[in-house]
Design a protein around this ligand. Structure first.
Ligand code: ADP
Ligand code: MG
Length: 443
């Protein structure tokens, strides 16, 4: 198959997975250019597209195209528009930083620095603590424990500490790792009897940045290993920075001795940004991205996206892309129409359909599957979750909800709700997933 055929087939699959409105805006404008030496070159209209794809769907296109081609491929995104000298410079600087870091074995996102971290009341304390730690690692607050909800800047801050010290000192051995990666490393090391190497790697660090520590709940061996790593680094006054989606006392299923370690230094929280901070973030990001927004539009976004900075960014990027594609300026009407999926109008009631759509997107299912009388295992749980969410969020009657979800009766809906409630109480990861969905539907 040539690249055009592969791409044509891929488009159908991608649309199925992400839904048509996102597809129309982001995927359709992409053009296949070439397939050579197992590298696919795709042309995107501008930088926003490249970033958007890399940030939001890094694996989706790869997986689909590989599935259709039948062999592994790598991807390259070419930007169609003439880039301005400015943009080229920014890109080059980031690339340069990334390559430099990678040559030292440091995998940090070079974009996340203190320069572009915007402070407001909600994150001032955590921001100041992070700067202090970056200024004198191992000396002021050890460990630094940063916690806060999804998309509020934890990874940004933790990475900014790493970028700062890595920039300043070329001999500094910094490691950024998510707790999930760390867990995988522990598991692999045990399996291949390479624990000694793992210990050596972690204990020779000058700074350990461990992101999303909540992931090690219920993972005893990982906790054990982390406990010893922690002690070894702490004794040598090496800086440890930990991020988490909740405060230490709420981390369940970790040993007490580990939990008490988390509280030995400084605990700093990040709260959802207040209105003024949201305005400031939109202003600054729009300026950086050179997206022209008027106050009315900025107000509109800041008033509606309340908790998640990643979503604020998502809105901006979408608007920027739409404006670049159509060549028209961004006004309130454009903002309303482009952001309609993201922004939930407060007055508009939530529909069962909308819940189903979100659940399908989340689990990669088709709407028909959820609605039809199919009874496969992959669908049973998402359907139960959808019923539960519908009961929580819509005013619909149980039998109406049931009818919309594979022709179930009201008793089945009640049963589903009980199941989901029970599991939310017992299983933290599950609970978080449900919360994510709730939040997606009702931001
Ligand atoms: P978390 O790790 O808490 O889920 P991230 O650090 O990934 O959140 O932040 C989500 C996005 O929002 C990132 O692109 C990040 O750069 C941006 N962001 C978060 N907080 C700020 C801030 N105070 N100023 C600028 N950008 C921010
Ligand atoms: Mg994060």
């Amino acid at each position: 198959m040539n690249i055009e055929e592969i791409w044509e087939k891929s488009l159908l699959k991608i649309e199925e997975k992400i839904g048509s409105s996102i597809f129309e805006l982001w995927i359709k404008p992409i053009k296949p250019v070439q397939l050579k030496d197992q590298q696919v070159v795709l042309e995107v209209p501008n930088r926003f597209f490249k970033e958007w794809i890399e940030d939001y769907y890094p694996m989706l296109i790869n997986e689909v195209v590989e599935g259709i081609a039948g062999y592994p491929v790598t991807f390259k995104y070419k930007i169609a528009e003439k880039e301005t000298a400015d943009i080229k410079r920014i890109e080059a600087r980031l690339e340069n930083r990334k390559t430099k870091l990678a040559s030292r074995g440091i995998y940090l996102n070079p974009k996340y620095t203190f320069d572009n971290f915007i402070s407001g009341q909600s994150n001032q304390f955590a921001g100041a603590a992070a700067r202090a730690v970056a200024g004198s690692p191992g000396k002021v607050y050890n460990p630094l424990f940063i916690y806060g909800g999804v998309g509020l800047g934890k990874t940004h801050l933790v990475s900014a500490i790493g970028n700062t010290v890595a920039d300043k000192r070329s001999d500094y051995n910094v490691l950024y790792v998510s707790a999930e990666q760390f867990t995988n490393e522990v598991v692999t090391s045990i399996r291949h009897q390479k624990m000694a190497e793992l210990k050596e790697k972690y204990r020779s660090l000058d700074m350990l940045l461990l992101d999303d520590i909540q992931f090690i709940q219920n993972k005893e061996q990982t906790q054990e290993e982390f406990f010893h790593t922690f002690n070894a680094l702490y004794e040598k006054q090496k800086q440890i920075v930990i991020s988490c989606d909740r405060p230490p006392r709420e981390i369940k299923a970790v040993t007490d001795r580990l939990r008490s370690r988390f509280s030995m230094g400084l605990i700093a929280d990040i709260q959802p940004p207040e209105f003024e901070t949201r305005m400031a973030i939109i202003h600054k990001k729009a300026a950086i991205e050179r997206i022209a927004l008027n106050e009315e539009v900025i107000n509109f976004i800041a008033a509606r996206i309340k908790t998640n900075i990643r979503e604020l960014e998502g809105c901006l990027i979408r608007l920027g892309a739409q404006a670049a594609l159509t060549g028209s300026p961004i006004d309130l009407d454009m903002a309303k129409s482009v952001l309609r999926d993201i922004i939930q109008d407060e007055e508009r009631p939530i529909t069962v359909e909308q819940i189903q759509k979100t659940v399908c997107e989340y689990f990669g299912l088709k709407m028909q599957d959820l609605k039809a009388r199919k009874r496969t295992k992959e669908i049973a749980l998402p359907r139960q979750i959808a019923m539960y969410l519908a009961k929580q969020l819509t005013g619909g009657s149980l039998s109406d909800i049931g009818k919309n979800m594979g022709g179930k009766d009201h008793a089945t809906v009640i049963y589903a709700c009980k199941q989901i409630e029970g599991r939310r109480a017992k299983d933290d990861n599950f609970n978080r997933m449900v919360e994510t969905l709730l939040h997606k539907i009702k931001p």
